[in-house]
Design a protein around this ligand. Structure first.
Ligand code: IYR
Length: 247
């Protein structure tokens, strides 16, 4: 193995990148390397589990312990982010009156979107999914989680701190949140109300924050249905450049 110190630039190379010596690096302690056979088994069962995930639009009103939602948010909060600024904020709504207000406001926007803002092409793309402007899941699901991105952070002294790769970071956190919910047996739906300004107002968030996803969280309704979808095969979503076929 190469000595890591040899692969790192020496301070004299850091003309355009001062401060490198200040990195606070600690040993990678919580990592276990496993035999490939074990890795294969873990990967295959995780894939099988994730391949059972479905976006669900019909929710049961059964309650979900708050602790479970907290665990999913903790999991999402482990996502990598630009400069480790963690530019996300999760607002969790269980109050029926507030859920009702969010539903009303979302349906008002969605009505406009579905009736007027969407192009014919867009409407056609959505037809197989059967979505519409009526959003009963926003009041049926026991929790609604609104995921905000923070275009900049605000330090304790009130100064602004720039965030980096905000869309990427928040997108990854959203994926991990969805994965965590699925893993514990809950379902969700990535609702994308557009425009989202009403959520900042209703939920009293600062102007550095924009809602990117509304995720109702709960159990599926006993008669829930889902679109008859298949997923793109591996070959279609992958291109390899391997060592063996290098010319
Ligand atoms: N934002 C709307 C419309 C919508 C758009 C796409 I693209 C979808 O895949 C599903 C819905 C909504 O949330 O209903």
């Amino acid at each position: 193995m190469t000595d890591l110190n040899e692969r790192r630039p020496t301070p004299s190379h850091d003309v355009v990148y001062p401060g490198r010596e200040e990195a606070r690096l600690v040993p990678l302690a919580e990592y276990t390397r496993r035999p490939v056979s074990e890795m294969r088994a873990l990967a295959a069962s995780f894939y099988a589990e994730m391949n059972r995930r479905r976006t669900v639009r019909d929710f049961s009103t059964d309650p979900v312990p708050r602790e479970l939602v907290e665990l999913a948010i903790r999991t999402a909060g482990t996502a990598p982010s630009g400069a480790h600024h963690q530019p996300w904020h999760f607002v969790v709504i269980g109050d029926p009156a507030l859920k009702e207000r969010i539903r009303e406001a979302a349906e008002r926007e969605e009505f406009e979107t579905y009736q007027r803002r969407m192009s014919e092409e867009w409407r056609t793309a959505l037809a197989p999914i059967g979505t519409h402007w009526v959003k009963p899941h926003l009041t049926d699901a026991p929790w609604i989680v609104v995921l905000f991105k923070q275009s900049y952070g605000i330090l304790p002294d009130g100064t602004k701190r720039k965030n980096y790769y905000v869309e990427e970071s928040v997108g990854i956190a959203a994926g991990m949140f969805i994965t965590a919910l699925h893993h514990m047996g809950l379902v969700t739906l990535t609702h994308t109300p557009t425009p989202t300004g009403f959520l900042r107002e209703l939920l009293n968030r600062g102007k550095n924050e924009t809602a990117v996803l509304v995720l109702p969280v709960g159990f599926p309704h006993a008669e829930a249905t889902v679109p008859d979808f298949t997923r793109k095969p591996l070959e279609e979503i992958t291109t390899w450049h391997t060592a063996d076929d290098a010319t």
